[in-house]
Write a protein of this length. Structure first.
Lengths: 424, 304, 459
């Protein structure tokens, strides 16, 4: 019994001493903390994820109180996990207006999947993007794109980003992502960007972004990846809101200015600009319209071309006919001229011959009556011959004229024939 | 791992000869149980690919067998294996993560849970109904504490290995041979075995050298202390375990010296005749501290 | 035999090409000479499309203090200044030259006569070395003229020539010594004069007995202040700090420059290039490169012009073998694996190694069992298993505590790890981050000190 009492007594005294020590120590080493910090911390999620940028929820609570004292508002502080509701509660506790913060999202700015961005070498090292990025330029021809080894997946504490084995690219789960920025910081290629989740004021999520950061010249980029941004600038020209800039051969859409109209998506020749489903329907319509317009324009152009061709054919036909007619005329006149000349010459020749015959006849009559008959008969023969030759000559020239005329006709018909098929 | 197992073979074969069937049964049971438990725990509890092919479970089984009496009931061995693998190794995270030497965790657990079976040492070969006796260390403890009529074996037997004890306590010579083999193969470095043995010897001299104990010379006691018990086994095979020993030569020397010291303190002043297991486990707890505060020799650090 | 005291590993030497004499590689049709062939700032191109150049015409000027000149290695017309891929596939600026003939600048002495007399003064030598674009030929490509101008606090005592070539497979330094022993000795003398020292050592590893014998004889004949030091085989003996420790027993202080021990270390190829620059007016336009590998048809040592396509050199050695796994620029320990053969010869490339697929593939990593093999292997006395773990987890303060900034990235740790852990890969991630923090801290401290000075002066 004594032993029990002794034990109780000793333990009791030890306990009392211990509690006294604890009491004095807690007083001596007491750290004053603003009670509001504790109150704010109560309503914070308690995940201690660091997404707000502060060390844990206690750090965030501390910052909120400090911000309130400094600027009587919550400034730009946002708890991505708790969201706007949480900040509203904090605002209520501290007695300030809650600011409306734009919800944001992590966006992967690379669409070089395994099909359009072929691998040219094999990486056999540590399965970490940071290590691969410092080892070499990448397994593909694009030194800027996603390496596919999943540092972003490892960095995410909200299970919001996963590697798609079919494409080799990470995909962000829109519901789970809180835009804490861990994946963006983890990516050594700076592929991931935190952008506004919804660029339009509609409930449907509308978002447009350039899914490429390749700064190589267009031809080089395209060779490495068929859906790269080639820096052609068509999107920049199309954008009515001045939201797109093309710097270093790559386009960038300013999330503050973009209204998610989708026109640039329809314009992009490589498909480097991506958008959410809500914008996609608009883009489809735009594309369809564009296609229809293009088809129409094609038809008209075809028509015009046909007309022009027909007109050309007509003109050619006419020209050919004119030429043929001219040729025939020219030939005919030439034939006439040669005929006339031949006749003239024949006539002249006949006259000359006739006069000569007369002269010789007279001379013959006058000089020798004896040889008159012989001479007369000779002369007659000569005269006959002469006339024959003259006639032959005339015939010959006439024939020549005929053959010439025939030839001209042939040529004319040939010309006509050649023009005719052209008309056809 | 394989080199260590090979280095244990001479002592293992000698203990088969010394303790016969008992040694064989205990070794087989221990090794099989350890491997089986590692496989089951990895496959069904941790759900990772079983890594029994790295032979670490086999080694744990062998060392556990070396630490227990060769007539220990099979069910106790199995419990020991479960504790060694399950608590001593797997609960810390598997290979490379454990703080304490798994075989020693198992052994100490058995010692505390089944003290009777764990302290009856066979003096002859066999498994069922063997004669048992006290180990030389137990005898020394009695002598030092003034118990009359106790005699010790000769030193030669202690060195070569024909005294009562566990398989690992037996032949210091063969264990030493194994250690030299491992040094040659560069499996272990000299710092830990040499510092442990040297320190143990020095402290044995200090603790046992100045008292007058009737019936035996001080020198004899010191040598028995040095050659007997698990000192050689511990210094060469257990303290040098990669996972639970410090990483650089300087800290290894400190580690070895402390183990030697603690072993002798427990043997001389503690309640147990054998202190090696506890000494090693205590120093295992200090290894992270040693790793943090004792750095290796740096190149180019100018000493001011 | 001497060697360095701390750490080290023994990879298989595989010096397959050590009997191959130097072959002059053919001049190609087009060369592309990159502008960044040195440590420090890249050079700036000073030619444009259409310019005619001869061998030796400067085509790039230094882009900063730690930078160097680049010269044309061929004669012809500049085709364009565009980008090429370097050994890691990264796009870097380069000058493309269409080769026409092989005309050299008139002032380059192309004769093979050995010019022994050194007529230039110390300052002239340094200026000449800068003008001729000489950089460290061991692979680090540090601009030599900067190394020859140590800070005023340094007290040079000797020159140590690094002819160790501890990387397995590489034999470019070996073949150079066998071909030009006396020129190398004269080059060493030029370096001695530039530093104002009277003693030089040439460290050669014991697996090059012919080179040791030849260099010892040559030095005995005419260069008595040069001592050839045979060294026991151990990697990374060719590391500057380890070499100094092996040859003269001194340790370079952590965070300090090697010249603090009094030794100026230069690669034997650099010494030869210095001879050619100072005695023959020849800029750095070609170098000896080993093309080798277990399955390569003809492991060779080529004297290749800077800017030659790597593919051409590989073809000259027999082409890429069937079982090729990796093509490495440099050696197997510290070289860079190339993703393709689109790159061109640069000043710092001492070897092209084609490793068999079975040898090159990494094995699966298993957990660290703290066996401390890496600790024993580390020549700088670090604990690589901790460094790798801390770097992987981004615990930079612990990395700093474990002296990650002392790491020379030799790879002995990864080589010796029985669990195949990628130690050096992770250490390489943490080291630049920690060095950045240290630099920022130093800059801040400097700024504070200056501000305090200014404030004190104002009072």
């Amino acid at each position: 019994m004594n032993v029990i009492l002794l034990a109780l007594g000793v333990l009791g005294v030890l306990g009392a001493i211990g509690s006294l020590v604890l009491y004095f120590v807690s007083k001596k080493f007491y750290v004053y903390e603003d009670p509001r910090v504790g109150q704010v911390e109560e309503v914070l999620p308690g995940a201690n994820c660091g997404g707000c940028g502060f060390p844990g929820c206690h750090g965030m609570a501390d910052a909120c109180v400090k911000e309130k004292d400094a600027s009587n508002s919550l400034g730009s502080l946002l708890c991505p996990v708790g969201g706007a509701d949480c900040m509203a509660k904090v605002a209520g506790i501290l007695g300030v207006e809650a600011g409306a913060a734009e919800p944001k999202l992590a966006v992967v700015r690379c669409n070089g999947n395994l099909e359009c961005r072929p691998k040219l070498s094999t990486y056999d090292g540590v399965k970490s993007c940071a290590v691969a990025a410092s080892t070499f330029a990448g397994e593909t021809g694009c030194a800027f794109g996603c390496l596919g080894l999943g540092d972003c997946v490892k960095a995410c504490t909200f299970d919001a980003i996963h590697m798609n084995p079919a494409t080799g690219l990470p995909e962000v789960d829109e519901e789970k992502c809180v835009a804490c920025g861990a994946c963006a910081k983890a990516c050594p290629k700076l592929v991931i960007e935190i952008r506004k989740k919804n660029a339009a004021k509609t409930p449907a999520v509308k978002r447009v972004w350039v899914s490429c950061i390749n700064k190589d010249k267009g031809a080089v980029a395209r060779k490495a990846c068929s859906s790269a941004c080639i820096g052609c600038g068509k999107c920049q020209k199309t954008c009515k809101f001045d939201a797109i800039t093309v710097v270093n051969n790559v386009a960038y859409i300013d999330p503050e200015k973009c209204k998610a109209c989708g026109m640039c998506v329809a314009e992009c020749p490589t498909g480097a600009i991506h958008c959410t489903a809500a914008v996609q329907t608009v883009v489809e319509k735009l594309k369809a319209k564009k296609a229809a317009d293009a088809a129409k324009a094609k038809e008209e152009a075809a028509k015009k071309a046909a007309e022009a061709a027909a007109a050309k054919a007509e003109a050619a036909k006419k020209a050919a006919e004119d030429a043929a007619a001219k040729a025939v005329d020219a030939v005919a006149s030439k034939v006439e001229a040669t005929k006339k000349a031949a006749e003239g010459a024949a006539a002249k020749a006949a006259d000359v011959v006739a006069s000569k015959v007369e002269a010789t006849k007279k001379a013959a009559e006058g000089v020798a009556a004896k040889a008159a008959d012989a001479v007369a008969s000779k002369v007659e023969g000569v005269a006959a011959k002469a006339t024959e030759t003259a006639a032959k000559a005339a015939e010959a020239t006439a024939k020549a004229a005929e053959t010439a005329a025939k030839k001209v006709e042939e040529v004319a018909t040939k010309v006509a024939e050649t023009v005719a098929p052209k008309e056809k | 791992m394989l080199q260590v197992i090979i280095a244990l073979c001479p002592a293992l074969l000698w203990s088969f000869y010394q303790f016969g069937l008992g040694a064989i049964i205990v070794t087989l049971t221990s090794v099989c149980a350890c491997v089986l438990f590692e496989f089951l725990i990895q496959k069904f509890v941790l759900k990772v690919t079983p890594s029994i092919c790295d032979l670490s479970a086999v080694l744990t089984g062998l060392l556990l067998a070396f630490n227990v009496p060769s007539n220990l009931p099979i069910w106790i061995i199995i419990i020991g294996a479960l504790v060694a693998i399950g608590i001593g190794k797997m609960s810390f995270g598997g290979l490379g993560q454990n703080i304490f030497n798994p075989a020693l965790v198992g052994r100490v657990f058995l010692l505390v849970a089944y003290p009777v079976q764990m302290t009856t040492w066979p003096v002859e070969a066999g498994y069922f109904d063997v004669a048992t006796g006290a180990t030389p260390l137990a005898l020394i403890t009695q002598m030092v504490n003034g118990v009359d009529g106790v005699t010790l074996e000769s030193l030669g037997e202690a060195f070569l290995g024909s005294t009562a004890g566990s398989m690992g306590e037996d032949s210091a010579l063969l264990l030493l041979l194994g250690g030299l083999y491992m040094l040659y193969k560069k499996t272990i470095t000299w710092e830990i075995p040499v510092s442990t043995l040297a320190s143990a010897f020095v402290f044995a001299c200090l603790f046992y050298g100045f008292e007058d104990i009737p019936g035996v010379s001080n020198w004899s006691i010191i040598m028995q202390q040095f050659l007997g018990g698990g000192l050689f086994l511990g210094a060469i095979f257990m303290a040098t375990d990669y996972v639970t020993s410090p990483m650089n030569p300087r800290s290894q020397l400190i580690y070895g010296v402390c183990i030697g010291f603690l072993t002798m303190v427990i043997r001389r002043y503690g309640a147990y005749p054998e202190g090696m297991s506890f000494a090693i486990l205590i120093m295992n707890a200090f290894v992270p501290l040693l790793n943090s505060y004792v750095k290796p020799k740096r190149f180019g650090v100018v000493k001011k | 035999m001497k060697t360095f005291k701390l750490g080290g590993v023994h990879p298989a030497a595989n010096k397959l090409s050590d009997k191959a004499p130097i072959e002059v590689a053919a001049v190609p049709v087009v060369v592309a000479i990159p502008m960044a062939q040195n440590l420090g700032a890249p050079s700036k191109a000073i030619v444009a499309k259409g310019d005619k150049v001869k061998v030796g015409t400067p085509i790039g000027e230094p882009g900063g203090f730690v930078s160097s000149f680049v010269h044309s290695s061929v004669s012809g017309t500049v085709d364009k200044v565009d980008v090429v891929e370097d050994a890691t596939g990264k796009k870097v600026p380069a000058v493309f030259i269409k080769v026409e003939g092989d005309e050299w600048l008139e002032n380059i002495d192309r004769s093979t006569d050995i010019k022994r007399e050194i007529t230039l003064t110390k300052e002239e030598i340094i200026a000449k070395v800068k003008e001729m674009g000489i950089v460290g030929m061991g692979g680090a490509t540090f601009p030599t003229q900067v190394k020859l101008m140590p800070p005023p606090t340094a007290k040079p005592q000797c020159v140590i020539i690094n002819a160790v070539e501890c990387e397995p497979y590489l034999t470019s330094d070996h073949s150079l010594m066998l071909a030009h022993p006396e020129e190398i000795c004269i080059g060493v003398q030029i370096l001695e004069k530039a530093m104002g020292v009277k003693k030089a050592y040439i460290g050669i590893e014991a697996n090059k007995p012919d080179a040791i014998k030849l260099m010892t004889e040559t030095a005995k004949k005419g260069y008595p202040e040069i001592e050839v030091v045979p060294l026991q085989l151990k990697y990374p003996q060719g590391g500057e700090k380890q070499l100094i420790n092996a040859v003269i027993g001194a340790e370079v202080p952590s965070g300090g420059l090697p010249i603090a021990t009094g030794a100026l270390v230069q690669n034997v190829g650099t010494a030869f290039a210095v001879y050619e620059a100072v005695q023959k007016n020849k800029p750095l336009i070609e170098r000896v490169v080993t093309v080798t590998g277990k399955s390569v048809a003809k492991p060779s040592n080529f004297l290749a012009r800077i800017g030659v396509p790597i593919q051409q050199l590989i073809d000259a050695a027999g082409g890429i073998p069937e079982d090729a796994g990796k093509i490495i620029s440099g050696g197997p320990m510290m070289g860079k694996a190339m993703p393709n053969t689109n790159s061109y010869m640069v000043k710092g490339c001492s070897g092209i190694l084609i490793m068999k697929n079975d040898d090159a593939r990494r094995k699966e990593a298993s957990p660290c069992i703290r066996c401390a093999k890496c600790v024993h292997a580390c020549p700088m006395g670090l604990q690589p298993n901790f460094l790798a773990k801390y770097a992987e987890k981004n615990m930079l303060d612990k990395c700093e505590e474990e002296r990650i900034y002392d790491c020379i990235e030799c790879g002995s740790c990864s080589f010796s790890c029985p669990a195949n852990r990628p130690l050096l890969d992770w250490i390489r991630q943490g080291k630049p981050k920690v060095m950045g923090i240290l630099r920022a801290r130093a800059a801040e401290a400097k700024a504070k000190a200056e501000a305090a000075k200014a404030a004190a002066a104002a009072k």
